[in-house]
Every structure is written in C-alpha cells, then in structure tokens.
Design a protein around this ligand. Structure first.
Ligand SMILES: [Zn+2]
Ligand SMILES: [Zn+2]
Ligand SMILES: [Zn+2]
Length: 497
C-alpha cells in the first residue's frame, strides 16, 4: 500500500507545513515561528475553507507524521511556571518570522482577516469574557506569589482556573478550539476537569465544540503509538506514549465519574463507533507499549492495567446505555462482558425480554417501524414472522422493510427470539405470571448475551416505532397503548412474595 498523501489545501503544501511546524517546536520553550504562522500551518493541512476537518489529511497524519502529534502534545502539556510563561509570552507575542520567504508569508495569510492574533497568552491566561473583562486570576496569583518568592505552577484551584465561572472558561476553550486541532487543547480540558470536576460538566456539554471533538483526543496517543510500533519513530519514547494515553484515560475516567448517563451519551452522541474503534486499538496496544518501557516496572504494569480498565469501563458504559447489540464481531468481548454486568445490575434482562415478548403478544399492530396498521384498523389479525413466530407484520413489504431496517433489523434478532421462546417454553400468548418460570429457564439454559440482545433490541424497536408517530403524540399515544397492554411486573413480584 502506498503511503497516504496529504491533500494540498489552499495551494499550500501540507507536508512542508508540517515540517515547518515540527521544526519550529523542536525546542518547546522557544518556538521558532510566531503563533500566527503555526496556526497557519495547522489551517493549511487540517481545515478546508469552511473550517471543517479534511479527514484524509488527518488519516495521513496518523500514518506518517507522528512527530507532529508528539510536538503538539508536548508543547501543550509542557509544565511551565508562570515566570516561564511570562518569558514565553513576551518572546512569542510578535512576529519575527522570515517574511521574505514566500511559503512562510503564505502561512501567515491563512489566518482569517480580523481574527485575533493567537498567542500563548490566549491559551493560558486570556479568558475572553468580554462583558466582564479583567485579568485572569492566575496571573494575579502569580504576581502575589512571586512577591513572596514562590513559584506558581499550573492552577490547582477552581478559582484559579475558572475566575469567571465554568461557562466563561468553556467559552474561552471554545474560542481556542476554533483555532486549533484537537491535540492542542486536550491538556487544558483535562486540567479543567481535574480541578473543577462537576462544575465543568454542564458547561462542557453545552459547548458548541468540545463534545463533538473530545472523542478524538483518544486518537492522538493511539496514533503516536501506531507509528512507534512501525519502527519509524525518532523522538517519542514508549514511556511518553504511555503517559499520553494515561492522561486521556484520566480524562475519560473523570468524564464518567462526573457525568450522569444523559450527559455522557450526549458527549458521545454520533461518535460511538469511533470510541469503540479507538478503544480497541488502545487496548490492543497498551500492554505492548508498557512492555517497551525500560526498565519495565510495577508502576508501568499498573498504568497499563489502569488504562485498560478505564477504557473498557467507558466503552461498556456507552455500549450498555445506548442499548447496542451484543455483537462479538463489532465489539470487544471484554467490553461486552462489562456491558452485560452493567445491564444486569441496573436492569433485569430476562424480565425485560419477557415483558417485550408479552407486549408483542398483546400488541395487535404491525411491528414494522413507520407502519401504523392495527388489527382493529384493518379488521383482521396479522400473521407473525415465520422465523420467530412472535413478531406480527401487516404485510410482506412491511416484513421485508423491518428485516433490513438500518437501526433495528429484525434479521439480527429473529433467530434469537425463536431460540429464547423454545428454550423457555414460552406460550405464544403468555400470561403475566409466566415470568417466573421464564426467568428461571433463561438463567439455566440461554446465553445471557442473547437474552440481553433480545431485550435491548425490543427496547430499541419500540422506541423506533413510537418515534415514527408525529412528535406530539409519539410519547403519549404509543406509550398509552403499551401501558394498557402491560401489567406491572413490580406489583406482580410483590404479590408472589
Ligand atoms: Zn510570524
Ligand atoms: Zn422473526
Ligand atoms: Zn405494516
């Protein structure tokens, strides 16, 4: 396979832009080019004229430009005292790039007209709260500390980091993100979360950019590792790779600890597949990275274990809460096992499956999403799918559509429903009290994952069917119908005891 090639964007050679970027940040404390020029490098190969990512270039970077990613991470997460920051800001505020070089001039021109000149200060201190203004408290604290002869490092208290509250800080972050690709701001989000925990979450979720971009953070160290393992790497060490991945894991752990389910799902909405892919890559490679760290110590081992458990838990939580199928081809077995454990503690999959099958038997309507046909409406009963003998459809076209539905394909679950019915001897018109025998036989004779699969599939199917109704009656009409046809199992259990 030939190496992926960077697309030239706005007539700028992306390779040259990357090389310039890397060379400029060789000494992290003394960038050779000005911020406007480096931003130009990023714009040149990351964004099209609308500011959207050029994904082909992102993939090309992943394969061939590990040093670039390395430099980004290192530059962003470099520990600097505020004194050092002062020096860096002062040095890095103007432009003394060689503008007689046509290429460098072109890069400077990529910064949108009227945009504020980026600088290190923008990132570390300047919180653009226009209505309030004022100096970031960190700078103030640093001055105070300096007078007392102390050296202040990265902010450690919420009041340091969020001088005007979480919203304004997230706005500051949004502002920064608009101007830079993911690798450049991962450290700051991590710090904010670490220090400010729960107060940050609602603001982060509400942010325009952060939720949609954060998943990509995991990608960065993974990319670094992939190149490392291909043998062409020159600068980063396995230890720094491991540290980078651990930093991401810490971020995700915080996300999980401080988000409720709804927030978490919103955070990952539309990015689940990427999350699972990245998790797989990371889990596959973390042990290898750890092994390459010399000397290999118990700490390294612990780090690798920690990273693996955090990523597994996160993927499993998302898998479980999105009610995704227990598909061993699509998801890692360890993720599925965790997801099943979560599901079992929060819900009772056999009871869910029973309730779904019971509902189907009472339902008296077509189960193809989008079809509103009912037995009563058409004045006849519908026959059930011949495979599972439980799911009714009004017509062959409806069955055919349901069979291959993009989100709830009946073919994924038809055999499992049949097997579940057979193993538990469930009547085609079950009685509510059958649940006890059903659950016992489920536990004894059916793969837990298949039970969970049927339960979750039906949950998704009912949701899909109700969303096919117009918005105002989606929740009421169908739920009412379902409510009428389903007995309360909680009541039932109490009576049985
Ligand atoms: Zn410059
Ligand atoms: Zn079927
Ligand atoms: Zn139908």
């Amino acid at each position: 396979m030939s190496p992926p090639v960077l697309h030239p964007i706005r007539q700028i050679d992306g390779e040259a832009a990357i090389n310039l970027f890397v060379a400029s940040l060789e000494d992290l404390r003394h960038p050779k080019q000005c911020p406007a020029c480096l931003t130009g490098c990023l714009l040149a190969f990351f964004h099209n004229t609308n500011g959207a990512y050029i994904w082909d270039n992102v993939y090309a970077l992943r394969a061939h430009h590990h040093v670039f990613l390395d430099r980004c991470i290192a530059f962003l997460t470099l520990e600097r005292s505020l004194d050092e920051l002062d020096v860096a800001c002062a040095r890095w505020i103007g432009c003394d790039c060689d503008l007689s070089d046509a290429f460098i001039r072109k890069l400077h021109d990529l910064l949108p007209r009227g945009a504020e000149e980026p600088n290190i200060d923008t990132f570390t201190r300047h919180v653009p709260v226009k209505e309030k203004g004022g100096v970031h408290k960190v700078a103030h604290n640093a001055e105070k500390a300096a007078k007392q002869g102390k050296n202040v490092l990265w902010p450690t208290k919420p009041s340091d980091l969020l001088p005007f509250g979480p919203e304004s800080s997230v706005r500051a972050l949004d502002y920064w993100i608009e101007r830079s690709p993911t690798p450049l701001w991962i450290g700051l989000v991590g710090s904010m979360l670490e220090i400010c925990k729960r107060s940050m979450i609602p603001a982060l979720i509400a942010s325009t950019y952060i939720p949609e971009k954060s998943v990509g953070m995991l990608e960065v160290p993974v990319m670094v590792y992939l190149v490392l393992s291909s043998g062409s790497r020159s600068q980063a060490t396995p230890a720094s790779c491991l540290a980078d991945i651990k930093r991401c894991a810490v971020f995700f752990l915080q996300l999980q600890s401080f988000c409720d389910r709804h927030e978490l799902l919103k955070f990952f909405a539309g990015q689940e597949e990427f999350l699972f892919r990245a998790t797989k890559t990371a889990l596959d490679s973390v042990r290898n990275i750890a092994r390459d760290v010399t000397p290999y110590t118990p700490d390294t081992d612990q780090d690798a274990g920690y990273i693996q458990s955090v990523l597994t838990t996160l993927a499993a939580t998302v898998h479980c809460h999105l009610a995704l199928p227990f598909d061993a081809k699509a998801y890692l077995p360890v993720v599925l096992a965790h997801s099943l454990a979560v599901l079992k503690t929060e819900k009772d999959p056999p009871a869910m499956a029973f309730q779904a099958l019971y509902q189907l038997a009472c339902y008296e309507r077509c189960c193809a999403p989008g079809c509103r046909a009912t037995f009563a409406g058409l004045g006849r009963k519908f026959s059930a799918c011949a495979g599972c003998a439980r799911v009714p459809f009004c017509s062959k076209p409806c069955l055919a559509r349901a069979w291959k539905h993009p989100r709830v394909a009946h073919k994924d679950v038809c055999k499992k429903i049949r097997a579940l019915g057979a193993a538990t001897g469930l009547a085609s018109k079950p009685a509510p009290t059958d649940i006890l025998a059903f659950r016992e036989k489920c536990v004894a004779g059916v793969d837990e994952k298949d039970v969970a699969d049927v339960a979750l599939h039906m949950q998704r199917l009912f949701k899909e069917m109700s969303s096919a109704f117009s918005e105002e009656d989606a929740d009421t009409q169908l739920l009412e119908e379902l409510g009428n046809s389903v007995v309360s199992f909680e009541t039932l259990e109490i009576e049985d005891k």
